[in-house]
Write a protein that binds this ligand. Structure first.
Ligand code: AHM
Ligand code: MG
Length: 379
């Protein structure tokens, strides 16, 4: 694709995208979506930066510990309890705020008929935009357990094409209410979300760290590209024009506190690479932030391998397939890296059965991922 020419620091996200659209008109809707995501990420970046000052740290609370939408009881003896998402995890104030920011930014593009978020119990149908070409999945603030210590966090997103648009419109014409999933007679809108990662039209993340960096790819022949938020200009400017994952690295990034629960094959692999007995004969060092966006960003730049392997207690690991594992694997593979599950399958070929489905996930340098696969035992 043709990219606007000029010194990198003068190429803003807007300029980059409009130069893409001028050579490929079919990207116009995507341009609008990416600009909306970027705008939401700027807002989330400000919220994250000012969290301590504006008292936005800590847990979101809910009377009686109910989830949103449930009945609350404001009686005098009722204690506020942490609010939980559908997966039973405590929500931070910033999880809820970031979700609202991103959800609204995407809703008002008018270009998305369906959204799924880590912080929403169910997928959101936007009936006014059912004829839109895209659906989006996101984790609005990944790694939020790190937020109160000012450690990096990030937003992860994926955009999928909705190939059922024509069918939906047909149903809508016949019966305006007939689009919801629970009605068996109606078109199943969820199918548009439950696509394997290989079908992504775009994916990316925004990392909130010492800099705010937006990294994304539009797939196909498009590169993985990174823009850094210039706080003086208030604009994302091109800083990483073509990100390529090094073929081999020397870092491994896993939560080693769980190693006693891992399968022996995974313990064996990690043991080998840290002793310098792997294929490269290099001794690997450990790096683990506990924020996927930070760990993946480092892996993309420096190489090595990141994993959330799952264990005897949690066979499918902690990370969610459609808005964490798939978008990140798509991005890393687009940058020349690799990814696989703990059974050695391609993450991008796993077909989701539910919005919040978990999956094991390894990604990083292609040679490191290929080496790991030689240890893994297929199901
Ligand atoms: P979150 O979406 O609730 O923030 O959880 C996802 C995060 C990832 O960023 C990170 O890779 C993982 O949880 C860390 O989990 P653990 O603390 O179990 O190592
Ligand atoms: Mg997450």
């Amino acid at each position: 694709p043709t990219v606007a020419q000029g010194p990198l620091s003068t190429i803003t996200l807007q300029r980059y995208l409009s130069s893409l659209v001028s050579s490929d008109e079919s990207l116009r809707e995507m341009e609008g979506l990416m600009l909306s995501i970027a705008m939401a990420c700027k807002t989330i970046s400000t919220l994250v930066n000012r969290a301590g000052i504006n008292q936005l740290t800590g847990l979101e609370t809910d009377v009686m510990g109910t989830r949103s939408g449930s009945q609350s009881n404001n009686g005098p003896n009722k204690k506020n309890k942490p609010k939980k998402n559908i997966q039973g995890e405590d929500q931070k104030k910033l999880d809820v705020l970031s979700n609202g920011v991103l959800k609204n930014a995407l809703k008002f593009t008018g270009k998305l008929g369906l959204l799924a978020s880590e912080e929403e119990d169910e997928a959101l149908l936007i009936e006014s935009a059912l004829d839109s070409r895209y659906v989006a999945v996101f984790d609005p603030l990944d790694g939020s357990s790190n937020i109160d210590a000012s450690i990096c966090t990030g937003t992860i997103f994926g955009v999928l094409e909705d190939d059922s648009v024509d069918i939906k419109n047909e149903y809508k014409r016949n019966n305006d209410d007939c689009v919801r999933d629970e009605d068996a007679e109606c078109v199943n809108t969820m199918d548009a979300l439950l696509q394997p990662g290989s079908q992504l039209a775009a994916s990316g993340y925004c990392m909130y760290s010492s800099s705010t960096i937006l990294v994304f790819t539009l797939g196909g022949s498009h590169p993985v590209i990174g823009f850094t938020l210039d706080p003086q200009l208030g604009e994302f400017v091109l800083t990483h024009p073509n990100m390529r994952t090094p073929k081999r690295g020397s870092y491994y990034s896993v939560n080693e506190g769980n190693s006693w629960l891992w399968d022996a094959s995974i313990r064996h692999y990690i043991d080998k690479i840290k002793r310098g007995e792997g294929q490269s004969k290099k001794r690997y060092s450990s790096r683990y932030v506990g924020s996927m966006v930070g760990d993946v960003h480092r892996t993309l730049l420096y190489g090595g391998i990141f994993g959330n392997p799952g264990d005897v207690q949690h066979r499918n690991g902690k990370l969610r397939l459609i808005y964490e594992c798939s978008p990140m694997s798509f991005l890393v593979e687009q940058a020349g890296g690799g990814s696989c599950t703990s059974e050695g399958k391609s993450v991008l070929e796993v077909v989701p059965e539910g919005v919040h489905q978990r999956s094991t996930c390894w990604l990083g340098s292609i040679e490191d991922v290929e080496e790991l696969k030689t240890y893994l035992v297929p199901e």
